[in-house]
Design a binder for this molecule. Structure first.
Ligand code: ZN
Length: 334
């Protein structure tokens, strides 16, 4: 092979192949698992300061494969784990394109089978050719994808609309960063959160996280699940394609991100933790998809008067931190 051709081939291979999972640094920690009835009370109390109508209770998980949630498995129970992969320092200030992870390998690393995976991440840019948001929602059994409902969202060529695309069964990569909730997708007890009319400053997830932070100060608690923005609109972003110049601060970041006011119903998946846990964790991160084409990174609702949320959450038993950035920073994690 001619030298220049060899360089081209090896460059393109390096860009599209996932990192060898066995070589990825990994840490794990047991999480504190509060009794669900106690946790429900804690969340209810704090949400009442942020929403006019609140009901938080422990229920049997409804079948989440059905409308309006349309997830890849029915429940949120069985070997519940939070899995945080990579991080913002792989995107900011400059993208590290080699940071591509194969979820089929990650599943083996964290010993999850079956693995029902939901949550946000950077989508597989080698698949679509540009940077994108990932809204992960898939079920794997014995190393095979048995249900793939993962979407990606990108900014269209005219820098105008966002475009949502359903991934095929054989595309199970994640780029740069992810905050995923793993379970066996089994039925079981979960926390149901129903909240209407926002009267406080916090978005739904910040309000729940604040409750957990204040109650369990010296214990690490991790929560994952799904919520529906049933009524109203939400400020969401979609990342544009990778910046050709370094993004050095929040101001530059907010110019690079494309913000949208997206409409209900939006189905958001993700995780939250009540602290850093000494693992350089992102404390909350949710992405949402829809059946009307809009999808992105959830910031907050923009319609406090009319907003209505319905969510189901469960508690993680352990947290895995995979390929944690050595040179880290804390900005751009909103
Ligand atoms: Zn995000």
């Amino acid at each position: 092979m001619k030298p220049f051709l060899f360089v081209l081939v090896s460059l393109s291979l390096r860009r599209t192949m996932a990192l060898n999972a066995e070589c990825l640094p990994m840490e794990s920690k047991k999480l504190f698992v509060p009794p669900l009835p106690e946790l429900a009370k804690v969340i209810q109390k704090t949400l009442l300061t942020n929403f006019a109508e609140v009901c938080v209770e422990v229920v049997d998980c409804p079948d989440l494969t059905k409308e309006p949630f349309t997830l890849a498995a029915s429940g949120l129970s069985g070997s519940q784990k939070l899995v945080e992969i990579g991080g913002n320092p792989y995107l900011l200030p400059c993208v590290q394109r080699e940071k591509i992870y194969e979820l089929k390998d990650i599943v083996k690393l964290v010993k999850s089978d079956p693995a029902f995976i939901i949550g946000p991440g950077a989508g597989p840019n080698p698949y679509i050719g540009v940077n994108c948001e990932g809204i992960y929602n898939l079920l794997m059994e014995s190393g095979n994808v048995t249900k793939q409902l993962t979407r990606i969202s990108k900014v269209d060529e005219n820098d105008d609309k966002s475009v949502q695309i359903l991934l095929p069964d054989n595309e199970t990569r994640l780029a740069l960063l992810g905050n995923l909730y793993f379970s066996e997708g089994k039925p079981g007890k979960v926390i149901k959160v129903h909240a209407k009319k926002r009267i406080g400053e916090h978005n739904l997830i910040t309000a729940i996280r604040t409750a957990v932070e204040n109650e369990y100060k010296d214990k690490l608690v991790g929560i994952g699940g799904v919520f529906l923005l049933k009524e109203g609109k939400a400020k969401q972003h979609v990342m544009r394609d990778f910046s050709k110049t370094p993004i050095k601060n929040e101001e530059m970041l907010n110019k690079w991100l494309k913000f949208y006011n997206m409409s209900a119903p939006l189905i958001a998946v993700g995780t939250l933790v009540n602290g850093d846990g000494g693992l350089d964790l992102r404390v909350q991160h949710f992405h949402s998809f829809s059946h009307h084409g809009e999808a992105g990174h959830y910031h907050y609702d923009t319609t406090p008067e009319t907003v209505e949320y319905l969510g189901y959450f469960n508690v993680g038993e352990e947290i895995y931190r995979i390929d944690r950035p050595v040179n880290t920073h804390t900005w751009g994690r909103d």
